[in-house]
Design a protein around this ligand. Structure first.
Ligand code: HEC
Length: 214
């Protein structure tokens, strides 16, 4: 009898507390939300769409990873572990070992975006109007450009993974025209839509300020 009563009190307590535990789990852990256009697309463009790889011309493995519809061919919304575009990266099979690899943050960004429904979102980040080299310009190059423009794989002879390389593109007067995708320049990032106006403005301001190493 005593045992029975103890058990029923325990069950009632458990049932009463369950929603609390559940709530604290769902509300306490912040789930980062990522924007397709600004956070996810640049990773695929820079790290997967080099010449000979997953772009509109070469379509390696029948995948063009330079736009949303192409990326979705390898994505099951809500299910990163059933999405080729994530599992290949997660297992280390892609990109090939001689290419610039994805950072841990880039891998987790893709996973979180797929898990949240893999939507084609854009303009969700507020414009960061700063334009210092270390905090704004190099991170922008790392995000959109270094997969093709590094020491090992310098597209167009420009290594954009460091200050001197970025300045070379500025002093040769090739950087702005290419990211503004003006005629007479090769449109950059290659094979996809331009970077945001906010990003172009930051690069323009930094160049006009004398491209300081700040
Ligand atoms: C998918 C690969 C790829 C990505 C991503 C990419 N580039 Fe390029 N880029 C190239 C290749 C290849 C060339 C050389 C061939 C050419 O000029 O078209 C080049 C050339 C350039 C040139 C010389 C263009 C000219 O007209 O003289 C500049 C400047 C440049 N890239 C800047 C950038 C910047 C800045 C980014 C990022 C915002 C970027 N690229 C992203 C592949 C890429």
């Amino acid at each position: 009898m005593f045992k029975f009563r103890f058990a029923s009190v325990a069950i009632v307590l458990l049932l009463a507390l369950t929603p609390l535990v559940y709530q604290s789990c769902t509300y306490d852990i912040p789930v980062p939300s990522y924007c397709f256009q600004e956070d996810v697309l640049p990773i695929f463009v820079s790290k997967c769409s080099q010449s000979g790889c997953h772009n509109a011309i070469d379509k390696e493995e029948d995948l063009d990873l330079t736009n949303y519809n192409g990326i979705m061919k390898g994505v099951k919304a809500g299910k990163p572990m059933s999405s080729e575009c994530y599992t290949e990266i997660n297992s280390g099979s892609m990109p090939p070992s001689n290419s610039v690899q994805l950072t841990q943050l880039e891998k987790s960004t893709i996973k979180a975006w797929i898990k949240a429904g893999a939507e084609n979102t854009s303009n969700c980040n507020t414009c960061d109007s700063s334009f210092t080299y270390a905090a704004r310009i190099q991170p922008l190059m790392d995000k959109w450009c270094v997969g093709c423009h590094s020491a090992n794989y310098s597209g167009g002879q420009y290594d954009l993974s460091n200050y001197n390389g970025v300045v070379k593109a500025v002093t040769n007067a090739r950087l702005l025209g290419s990211i503004k995708q003006q005629s007479g320049y090769s449109a950059m990032p290659q094979g996809t839509s331009p970077i945001s106006d906010c990003d172009i403005i930051a690069v323009t301001k930094w160049i006009n300020a004398g491209h300081p190493n700040n």
